[in-house]
Design a protein around this ligand. Structure first.
Ligand SMILES: Nc1ncnc2c1ncn2[C@@H]1O[C@H](COP(=O)(O)OP(=O)(O)OP(=O)(O)O)[C@@H](O)[C@H]1O
Ligand SMILES: [Mg+2]
Length: 262
């Protein structure tokens, strides 16, 4: 067993004994950029929540840095994992300032009752600054735009100094410019700070240049590996149930969907 990285062993994810994805085995190495794709309801969010220990697996194991964290809610190694949930799953009327929201990212590690230290506040301000959000620090979270809220939640995930950042559709519902900005930030965290990234997305075109490995979920099955090897027209068409065409361009492949392109 590799000492570092996240190893999934014959993992079956789902609810109430009903599997969404069966027997998934893969290894996410330190510092890799993974992208998770698949149709609505395929189990992408559930997959991420299972690794994070939010949802228990139906079968199989999750090892973090070689430690079996499958059923240990308090598994020490989980502090290396951080999470930006899908937009729908957090309250957008949260009655707290942007800075408070960022600082709330340290509570899972240190416990809610301990006061925030000056060093933690400095760290929060540093992340706000590097995400160009410092001017919003005292603004109520609910008054920020969708894109700004996403970036605040990324800062919130970063304050615990994780090794791996799990992002569930961080650009869905965000305008093109803000989406590019978020992807640039995530890519810089990966390249400069060597964060491992696991991003769920429906926008393969935007994420493709940054991704290294891809996990495709659909119809209860999975495919995982280097992006060029597994992303194929026939595989995507089958999993999404619509024709997918991949156009090769000098800037990389472009994914088109729907019959009108044929
Ligand atoms: N807590 C739960 N209990 C029972 N079923 C659930 C629960 N949460 C989600 N589901 C169901 O599990 C299936 C997969 O949900 P999931 O959110 O993982 O899909 P997804 O691939 O992330 O989809 P999307 O692209 O729409 O975000 C869906 O049919 C959903 O209704
Ligand atoms: Mg989802």
């Amino acid at each position: 067993m590799n000492k570092w990285g996240i190893a999934l062993e014959k993992l079956t994810v789902g609810y109430n004994g009903e599997p969404l994805v069966k027997g998934l085995s893969l290894f996410m190495d330190e510092g890799e950029f993974w992208v998770v794709v698949g149709p609505n309801g395929a189990g992408k969010s559930t997959f991420v929540k299972t690794i994070l220990g939010i949802v228990p697996p139906l079968e199989g194991k999750v090892f973090i840095h070689g430690i079996d964290c499958t059923y240990h809610v308090a598994c020490e190694e989980k502090r290396y994992l951080s999470y930006v949930p899908q937009m729908e799953s957090y309250s957008k009327i949260f009655p707290a300032t942007a800075l408070d929201v960022v600082l709330s990212g340290i509570f899972p590690q240190k416990g809610k009752l301990k006061p925030v230290t000056d060093m933690e506040r400095e760290r929060a301000l540093k992340w706000l600054e590097s995400l160009e959000l410092l001017r919003f620090k005292d603004v109520s979270f609910k008054y920020l735009s969708g894109g700004q809220q996403r970036k605040i939640l990324i800062a919130r995930a970063l304050i615990s100094s994780p090794h791996y950042l799990f992002l569930d559709e961080p650009t869905t519902g965000v305008d093109i410019k803000s989406a590019r900005k978020i992807l640039k930030i995530v890519n810089s965290l990966h390249k400069k700070d060597r964060f491992g990234i696991c991003m769920v997305t429906h926008d393969l075109n935007s994420v493709w240049p940054f991704a290294e490995k891809v996990l495709i979920l659909g119809n209860g099955k999975y495919l995982a590996g280097k992006k060029e090897k597994i992303i194929k027209e026939d595989i995507l068409s089958e999993i999404y149930g619509v024709k997918v065409k991949i156009i090769k361009t000098p800037a990389g492949p472009v994914f088109l969907t729907g019959d009108k392109h044929y």
